[in-house]
Design a protein around this ligand. Sequence first.
Ligand SMILES: C[S@@+](CC[C@H](N)C(=O)[O-])C[C@H]1O[C@@H](n2cnc3c(N)ncnc32)[C@H](O)[C@@H]1O
Length: 313
Amino acid sequence: MKSNQYIYNVNYNVQDYNLCAFEARALFDDELEDKVLFTDKEVEPSVSPFLKNRIKIIYKEKTFNGILELIIEDGFKANDFMVKYVPMYNRDPNIGQGKKLSKEVGLRIYGYPSFKSPKIMLGITYYQGYWYFGYLKQNNYEWRSHKQKPYSFSSALGVNIAKVLINVASGGDTSKRLVDACCGVGTVILEGVFAGYDICGWEISPKVAEFACLNVAHYQYNAKIVTGDMKDIEEYYDAVIIDLPYNNFSHYDEEKQWNIIKHAKHIANRMIIVTATNIEEKLYEEQLKIIDYCRAEKTIKGDFTRYIWICEN
Ligand SMILES: C[S@@+](CC[C@H](N)C(=O)[O-])C[C@H]1O[C@@H](n2cnc3c(N)ncnc32)[C@H](O)[C@@H]1O
C-alpha cells in the first residue's frame, strides 16, 4: 500500500508532557494520546525539543516481506543512501534487529549505499501491526548547544520552552514574521533563527540587550535586537511573543505588565504570553480570546512554573 502521510515520534521527560502536548496541538492539531503520531503535515524535527524522527511514508504493509516486495516491484532507486531501522516506541519488538532489517531493505534498493555521508536517509519501522518504509529525517539536536550560550540570567527561559514558543507562535510555518517584545538575553531569538524564522527582539535594558546581541553573535546568527521599550514597536507582525517581566525579578507592577500586553495587541493578532501566575481572568477582561494554554515546568522540582497563553485579538 502506498501512502502520503508522515509518521513522527516524540520523546519527553515527565515534567514536559504538558509542553509537548501543547506543541503538538499547535503544530499538528493533534491531541497526542501516544508518543507516535500520523499527519499530512511536514515539520522539520529539529525545530522541536520533542520530535525525534519523521518518516515520509512511501509504503505501508502488514508484513516486512510485503515492504521488500514493493521495493523490488517498483524498482526503488536511490544513490548515496542509508537505511535505518527506527524504533517508534520503547517496547518495539524489533529493537536489537535493526541492523539486520536495514540491511535486508538496503539490499533491495537499486543504487549505491553510503554509510559515511549518506545524502538520502531511508527509514523502516513497525507500529501497531504495520510496517512503514520511507524518507527519514531525524532531530539533529544541534540546538542543544544553545544551552551553553555565553550570557544568561535566572529568569531566562529554558531552551525547550523557547522552542515551543516559536512553534506555537508560528504553527510551524517558517514564513511567519515574529517579534519577541521582551527578549531578555535572547533565548527565544536563538531558537527562532535556528528554525529559519525572520525574528526580531526588543529589550528595554541596554545591558541585557547587549547580552542578547552577544549571544546571537556567538552562534553567528543574524537577528535584529533593538534596545528600547516595546511600546515603540510600530511594525506589524504575524505573532508577538511576550515573556513578561516578573514581579519577583524586576519589581514591575501589574499595571506596567498590562500596558505591555495592551500595546502588544497593536503589534500582532496572535500573541503568545508567558507569565509566572495564572492570568486567565485578566485576559478575558482585556477581551482577548484564549486559543490554548499550557502550564510548563522548567525543572522536575517544579520550581520554575510558567503559564503560556496563546491569545488572539
Ligand atoms: C522575563 S524577562 C525575558 C527573558 C527572556 N525570555 C530570556 O529567556 O532571556 C523580561 C524582559 O523584559 C524586559 N522588559 C521589561 N519591560 C520592557 C519593555 N517595556 N520593553 C521591552 N523590554 C522590556 C526586561 O528588561 C527583561 O529583560
